[in-house]
Ligand binder design. Structure first.
Ligand code: KET
Length: 427
């Protein structure tokens, strides 16, 4: 029987496996593979699931729960599924995804009667939810502007760093959050925008900033947009929480609309994970606004070409659900009501958490819990305090002190407040 080295030579030619190969040979093919670091968000869910405690609480991942702590499937989604069931085929979608879904999705970001849509100036493809949309854009950026960088806010959703890293786009940061005021560091942000080289790429959270729950005001967005114009910067909006900031998707598109009014050519990642509760369906959209229709056709064809060798074409089921809902005025209204319902329950839980902490006699200020918006509360808890909460109280959250308010319920808010009070009262 041929030895492994002989087989390797047959497969890899005279040079055999080279140094890396020889190392792999000595310890097995994957002997050199070290375990990856745990994901700071999804790793929290893994730890939560492994904890047998009946008291455990998961306020880690940003996934909406009802007041019983159960995952929610929206009524509009249930109805769309009833309509799909037995009626539709499972053929491949085109490489760029569902045209109907994309049409409706663009209206949510760019406006129902957008001239840009009518003029076909937007290159858009269905993406594997918001993550896939960001990644597709990062790959596109690298392919066509290989020397460009991306400016990312501090802090941001941890996966942004991984996405642009894996696309080999160098990262810079810009000031965003002011820890003392627990609000926006507007002066720092504007300085960084002004000091970045002309024509830089900036990643902006369109609304409900993750993890801070702090968004610029309308006036501040106008100033940011103006300065972007002066500097000829490119704004890439990650809009993963449209509807979760104000309860109204239209109002939550305000930042994007301001940039459009000012004539920016933006990029945008949209996701239905949160606002339609389609987390596991992986349905989203990447759009890039172009100079004209011809440019949009070219850009779309290139986005598709990036997708083709990676996953060929996107999944069909979630896209069908979205198009059915958004193409039917009654179902769309039901969706809008349900989004508002989710946003309102979260706002109610913010008040409840703050009131509970205050009534326990906490001497710290918890005002930021109700000032912040969207799915998260950036609590100010230190990594050590979070460890304490997890080890002693079986409360799971990311170590940056982010509390997913979507996981707070009438049933656990008292327990959570008490535990937070216990770990913070000596500070
Ligand atoms: N952008 C932001 C800002 C974001 O918070 C998420 C998800 C995504 C994009 C991607 O979502 P998708 O499911 O790909 O559409 N954030 C939550 C879940 C996660 O980390 O994947 C979270 O922060 O908990």
């Amino acid at each position: 029987m041929a030895s492994r080295a002989v087989i390797a030579r047959r497969i890899f030619g005279r040079g055999g496996l080279g140094v890396a190969g020889a190392r792999a040979m000595s310890t097995g093919w994957w002997g050199g593979v070290e375990p990856a670091a745990k994901d700071p968000i999804l790793g929290v869910t893994e730890a939560f699931l492994a904890d047998p405690s009946p008291n455990k609480v998961n306020v880690g991942v940003g996934a909406y729960r009802d007041d019983d702590g159960k995952p929610v499937v929206l009524e509009c989604v249930r109805e769309a599924e009833r309509r799909i069931s037995g009626n539709l085929n499972m053929e491949y979608l085109p490489m760029g995804g569902s045209i109907r879904m994309i049409e409706e999705t663009l209206k949510l970001a760019y406006g129902e009667n957008s001239e840009l849509i009518k003029d076909k100036r937007i290159a858009a493809v269905q993406a594997l939810s918001g993550t896939g949309a960001c990644r597709l854009f990062a790959d596109f950026q690298k392919r066509f502007l290989p020397d460009s960088q991306i400016y990312i806010p501090v802090p941001t959703w941890s996966n942004h760093h991984n996405i642009w890293r894996d696309a080999h786009v160098p990262q810079r940061t810009f000031h965003y959050y002011h820890p003392e005021s627990k609000g926006l560091d507007f002066a720092g942000l504007m300085d960084d925008v002004k000091n970045a080289p002309n024509g830089s790429f900036f990643l902006l959270h369109a609304c409900a900033h993750n993890p801070t729950g702090v968004d610029p005001s309308e006036e501040q967005w106008r100033e940011i947009s103006y300065q972007f114009k002066v500097k000829n910067h490119f704004a890439f909006f990650d809009m993963a929480y449209q509807g979760f900031a104000s309860g109204d998707p239209e109002r939550d598109a305000k930042a994007i609309r301001i940039f459009l009014e000012d004539g920016h050519l933006i990029g945008c990642a949209q996701s239905y994970a949160k606002n339609m509760g389609l987390y596991g369906q992986r349905v989203g959209c990447l759009s890039v606004l172009c100079e004209d229709e011809m440019q949009a056709v070219a850009v779309k064809s290139q986005l598709q070409q990036i997708a083709r060798p990676m996953y060929s074409n996107p999944p069909v089921h979630g896209a069908l659900i979205v198009s059915i809902i958004l193409n039917d005025p009654d179902l769309k209204n039901l969706w809008l009501k349900e989004v508002k319902g989710m946003a309102d329950r979260i706002i109610g839980m913010r008040t409840a958490l703050r009131e509970n902490l205050e009534s326990l006699g906490s001497s710290l200020s918890w005002e930021h819990i109700t000032n912040q918006i969207g799915m998260f509360c950036y609590s100010g808890l230190t990594p050590e305090q979070v460890d304490h909460l997890t080890n002693e109280f079986h409360i799971y959250m990311t170590r940056n002190g982010r509390i997913s308010m979507a996981g707070v319920t009438t049933g656990n808010v008292g327990y959570l407040a008490n535990a937070i009070h216990e770990v913070t009262k000596s500070s």
